[in-house]
Design a protein around this ligand. Sequence first.
Ligand code: ADP
Ligand code: ZN
Length: 762
Amino acid sequence: MPQQQSLFDTSPPVWELDDAEQRRVARVVLSSGPAGEFDYLVPDQFADARKPEFLAEAGRRVSVPLGRGDRAVVGYCVDVSVTTTGGRKLKSLAGVLDASPLLSPRMLELGQWIADYYMTPLGQVLECILPAGVRGKAGTRETTLFSVPTKVAARLTTLELPEKQLAVLKVLAGSTKPLTMKQLMMRAECTSGPINTLRKKELIASRVERIDTDPLLDQEFTRRGPMTLNPAQVAALKSITAALDSRRPRTMLLHGVTGSGKTEVYIQAIEKVVSFGRQAIVLVPEISLTPQTVGRFRERFDRVAVLHSHQSDVERHRQWKRIASGDVQVVVGARSAIFAPTPHLGLVVIDEEHETSFKQDTAPRYHARDVALERTRMDKVPLVLGSATPSLETWQAAQSGQYELISMPDRVSNLPLPEVRAVDLRREEHRQGSRGAISRPLSQAMTVALADGGQVMLLLNRRGYSTHVQCPACGFALKCPDCDVSMVYHRQANHVVCHWCDRTEPPPTYCPDCKDANIRYGGFGTQKLEAEVAARFPNHPVLRMDTDSMRRPGSHEQALDSFRNGEVDILLGTQMIAKGLDFPNVTLVGVVNADTSLHFPDFRAAERTFHLVTQVAGRTGRGERGGRVLVQTLSPDHPAIVAAMNHDYEGFAASELPEREMLGYPPYGRMARLVIRGPVDKVTLAVGDDLAAKVREACREVRVIGPAPCTIAKLRNLFRYHILVVAPNRETLRTALAPLAGKLKLPEDVQWIVDIDPIDMM
Ligand code: ADP
Ligand code: ZN
């Protein structure tokens, strides 16, 4: 959590200049250190058009002297102008670091908007826009990859080796693909020593390879032509093409149920964009960025680039250069792909626009959807937001006519939406014969579905085995000593772990407080559910998908493949399984506990629950055999659950929006969240009080809630408080937060951040 205020007091002036003389001045922001813009004189050697590689111009990085000691720091040149210095004393640029601009004027403009809107220093924003590989000029490099020769693997158990070397061999033998030195050292938790020894003993093989490939672009695919659109798709495409032809910025909400064929509409719209010689950016949630998704675009376009956060610096740099050269037709990527340097942007599509992963949770805390709105407005091109369950912000904008609404209410080829039923967990008969997480109706439905040769998906949004450890004798609950959260028991690893700071400890066998031996492991996580399913359905292979079981690279795809090809009958997991997957043979989906997300202390809890149930329900009924969904809940009458059961998005919006309006919450008002953290509880709270008072003082029209302890009141030994600022509109919010933009005197160790349009309320 970086501090928002400047860390140093700096004043760059040095040279005395004649007031009236015209000089070339570069405006520079720093990539780290003090915020703000600094002016430097451009020496003649950096102003010579005959030597373009040394030209100081906007969008390039420069080296500048800073502070009293003239420490050399790196900054971005954001403007060069010829002006009078007005008597100011200026230092000179020390060097130009890039042979050509890394950022176009448009991207600088967008960066400035982000800096203002999200109250983040411009230098920090530009660092975020430019991937590390581009800043560092990562080239294609060669890397040594290690593997175990088969003849060694065969006698692995009989080898007598020191522990460390054996660990290395085990890691390598267990990996589906060769590993680099770095990966191997990390996973075997060793230095390069044992690895080099094994290499000398010829127990591991090595080969040198260029690692400039991405698994998402590796896969083979067959080229396809366009599909014949159904009438709803034709109408949707027509609206988008009209917007493209108008050459004006226009935002459209493509509200189409899961399986309504939105992707085909995007693709045909992009075909049109490409025919004008322009490029399109398609944003999808990181989790949906699979070879399957990318493949749908690669089947239809010759030149597709992919940008995502798991890419190596080298690969990102390569993709970035290809895009900037204009060679790429379509960029498919996660959140940060909104910064793709397309030279002639023609269209931006955001699929699953309601997904919270489009918001970045570190500074700059931008939302890709709002950045896309701004970028398309600047470039005068349309923006298409697609979703089966739009965010209420987007829905409200479409209702008020600000966005154009395009509806695709039916599934392709008119497959019916699945039947969704609630299982009321309060009813005794549902629990009879079931001490586990699976109620009788769900168990029966599973038996029927599996007997018919169908596949089953079970959603449980909690990982681990037991989600809490408690002593019935004294009421003691096992919490992380550093964080204010329960420790979760993981059976495979046989430890308790804090899901927030990853601290692990051996599981207690008696109460640490009263020494009672009856300490209980309660609550259901995915591991316990897996055990229960395996016990109840011993003849049906089950697979668990959560961040614990999907650590190895490629394991996600591998798991989905084994489910797709029928090796696995039952797939269970966290929300990882809820999104975007298309399996025609899934005839039953069970939501094991719909209440976990419903009771979150967050004004979007109902919206999240509605999204989750609807999304996971969309995973079934995709084939001819139809499908059904069972939702286990203690609140079957909750409007979010009732609406999800009826596939009634509009009904949900109609019940939820008035509540938001009453409280002045988004989409009706604007919100900012301040989070303050520090090692001493009282001091942290006092800073919170102080910030809240400043905000209240600056503007009377805003509601200031707090400071109050965050839901996670302590994290990694730091106390946390938050303040919510609710304003009727953006301008008022800006006024209220204005005092925070300046320098604030705070006790050492206390840090604070501001999150505009917050999504994370923990
Ligand atoms: P969505 O993105 O709305 O969930 P998809 O684009 O994934 O829907 O489409 C669902 C399925 O329907 C896909 O398998 C897709 O290939 C198929 N499909 C889409 N449009 C058509 C069409 N016009 N004719 C036949 N099949 C189609
Ligand atoms: Zn912790």
